[in-house]
Design a protein around this ligand. Sequence first.
Ligand code: GUN
Length: 285
Amino acid sequence: MTATVIDGKAVAASLRGRIETETAKLKAQTGLTPGLATVLVGKDPASEVYVRNKRKTAEALGFNSIHIELPENTSQDELVGKVKALSADKSVHGILVQLPLPKHLNENAVLDALDPAKDVDALTPTNAGLLLSGRAHLVSCTPAGVMLLLKEYVGDIAGKEALVIGRSLLFGKPAAQLLLAANATVTMAHSRSKDLPGLARRADILVAAIGKPEFVKADWIKPGAVVIDVGINRVPAGDGKHKLVGDVAYEEAAQVAGAITPVPGGVGAMTIICLMQNTLIAACA
Ligand code: GUN
């Protein structure tokens, strides 16, 4: 058996169409243009690529794109000051501070300066708490994207066993909450969990967000399971070049799974468009 390939690009394109329509409607009815501010501190090459792609998508949708680039040695006060100024700026509806920040900066202090109504990554305690309470307004982009893929390819997930490997604030924790809200039976695993392969083999929905290239093997996967690969790992391709691989050994896993997301073209394709959706939601609020 070979798994159905979950086409993140196609689902993202369809969401993009809906965002274009809604943005045009918002502009026509209120004169408002959604504004997204991106903040990048330092020169991490992966972060530079991510932020560039977010800005490009915002611009292509006709959003106002405001970009603040700060040097690696930016002080805590300086960064907090910038985030406070963006929080107060009426033309800015969404603010994204690209993570990780350089080591000397305190992420929590930066998030505390961010107006939760503009927190399009849903990283502030307010938005994390609203999600936990079943009252989410803005939902973290990658977990929201995963739920859209499951809706499209699985439908109702009530009663299904879901395993999330990885417990980050940006992905694992909100993903587990969303799966729970959709009535899945959710297990969270992480680097200290015992017998990951055994936990994985129970899962009807296996979500890997570990950050280790091709860590999840075919014999971890329950036959017919839906495998969602959140990893984006840059590895040598053998010819001096690099390629992107996920956290799942894709080729062998596709022989066992019922459906699987490729890397690239799976989950990653959804994240940016969900960020644009959050910016639009924030602009409409
Ligand atoms: N770093 C990696 N992914 C993300 C993301 O979705 N948002 C932010 N702010 N930083 C990230």
